[in-house]
Write a protein that binds this ligand. Structure first.
Ligand SMILES: Nc1ncnc2c1ncn2[C@@H]1O[C@H](COP(=O)(O)OP(=O)(O)OP(=O)(O)O)[C@@H](O)[C@H]1O
Ligand SMILES: [Mg+2]
Length: 430
């Protein structure tokens, strides 16, 4: 595909009308004229340039060319300055630009116009940044979510969106939010692509990383648990990268975050209801469809509700090596939450049967915690199954304070079978 810059080089002003005489105008009028032209010819670029610096440079070049070709002129401003000011006006995100420019900011939290917090290196900190008022903030929120084709207003007072650069945005406005419009942006400045990177940053100890890699190779069903922002999706992504490239992976998410390069992957993303309350396609719908797509591996970004039932069913019906995450405070809590979420599906399966399905389906829980210093650590790894006389059980083989033990309980060895047990016990390197 030819980029817009290349197009301009080939045909500098051909796309735009030409004027022979320069016209002196106010900056507001020039901005308006340029805005109309750009929105008419390059609406997508403008939207992308709101979050992407390189796209913004393309817009500045484009504006310069519109200024020349339309013969526009503002006293006391060079063409470059004028183009930059117009680009800021059209694509800028006001006070947020400064934060978006800072690569070390991983999360931006705006709690109404007067209060902006950021997370840097895992630590939360206040800033002196302010918006003029609710309206100013709301305009900027709408500029951001427009990049994902969404809008927030009274009829749709909250929105969850993924931007073209991979950032995840949530906005919720009054009357639901009492502080004024609230915006949360999670950015992904660093992509972890394999287990060794999680070892390097101290999230995983080397022997635990090797053990988890073997769990993936042995096609065990793994659930990553942890609190909000503890690194569940990141860990899931990295575990998925350990899947053999010969396997066909189907990834299902609410908002696409997972990327598994150099693998055979089909990515599916759920769709929320439209303005009329129609057109919803849930994770559950996608999961049921995925079963007919010959998956070798199913990856559900997060189990939050009824889809848990279908995941457990899939795990019990020969779909080995499924991976997912659950928001929970411990491995035991994770299992209880899975029972509760599966019950939400109202399939009429009694709770003790569901518990036994989970005991058969889920093999390993990897639990993550976010420490007070902002680090993400794998604090425990548990094996899951049925302990005779106890029912659904989890057994910790790793606790950060005590290290990893490869002595598995007999009920677990019986459950996964000798072949897979041997894979787990093999010597392996990352
Ligand atoms: N091991 C890690 N070390 C350092 N930073 C990490 C690590 N894992 C994740 N992060 C960062 O922490 C933030 C949250 O990560 P992630 O989205 O994986 O968490 P999560 O538990 O899935 O969150 P949520 O509960 O919102 O789904 C991201 O900014 C990510 O880059
Ligand atoms: Mg997540």
């Amino acid at each position: 595909m030819v980029s817009i810059l290349e197009k301009l080089e080939q045909e500098p002003y051909g796309l735009l009308p030409t004027h022979s005489e320069a016209k002196e105008m106010s900056i507001e009028d020039v901005t308006q004229k340029v805005r109309e032209k750009l929105l008419e010819h390059y609406p997508d670029l403008i939207v992308e340039a709101r979050m992407s610096r390189s796209k913004r440079r393309e817009v500045i070049t484009l504006i310069s060319n519109v200024i020349i070709s339309s013969g526009l002129y503002v006293p006391r401003l060079t063409r470059q300055d004028l183009a930059e000011r117009i680009a800021q006006e059209i694509c800028g995100l006001g006070p947020l630009d400064e934060l978006l420019d800072d690569e070390t900011v991983t999360e931006i939290m705006v709690n109404g116009p007067e209060e902006v917090f950021v997370e840097k290196a895992g630590v939360l900190a206040g800033t002196s940044i302010k918006f003029q008022n609710d309206r100013h903030l709301l305009d900027i929120i709408n500029r951001i979510v427009q990049s994902a084709g969404r809008r927030v207003d009274v009829s749709m007072p909250y929105v969850d969106a993924r931007l073209p650069d991979g950032s995840r945005v949530n906005a919720i406005i009054p009357p639901l939010a009492l502080n004024g419009p609230v915006l949360t942006i999670r950015r992904f400045p660093r992509r972890f692509t394999d287990l060794s990177q999680l070892v390097e940053c101290g999230t995983l100890e080397p022997d635990v990383a090797c053990f988890l890699k073997k769990c993936v190779e042995a096609k065990l069903d793994i659930v990553v648990s942890g609190g909000s922002g503890s690194g569940k999706t990141t860990t899931l992504n990295v575990l998925a990268s350990a899947v053999s490239p010969s396997e066909r992976i189907i990834v299902i998410e609410d908002s696409a975050e997972i990327r598994i390069p150099e693998h055979h992957v089909v990515y599916l993303e759920a769709r929320p209801k439209n303005m009329e309350g129609k057109g919803e396609v849930s994770i559950r719908d996608l999961l049921r469809n995925a079963l007919r797509m010959r998956p070798d591996r199913l990856i559900i970004g997060e189990c939050r509700g009824k889809e848990t039932f279908d995941l457990i069913t899939a795990m019990n019906t020969g779909h080995e090596g499924c991976l997912s995450t659950v928001h929970a405070n411990s491995a035991g809590d994770c299992l209880e939450r899975m029972v509760g979420m599966a019950l939400m599906a109202e399939e009429g399966v009694p709770v003790d049967i569901l518990r036994s399905w989970i005991a058969i389906g889920v093999d390993v829980i990897v639990h993550l915690e976010k420490t007070s210093t902002g680090h993400r650590v794998v604090s425990g790894v548990s094996l899951v199954g049925t302990e005779p006389g106890e029912g659904l059980t989890d057994f910790q083989v790793y606790r950060r304070e005590q290290g990893l033990s490869l002595e598995f309980p007999s009920w677990f060895m019986e459950k996964i079978g000798e072949r897979r047990c041997n894979v787990l016990l093999e010597e392996a390197a990352l």
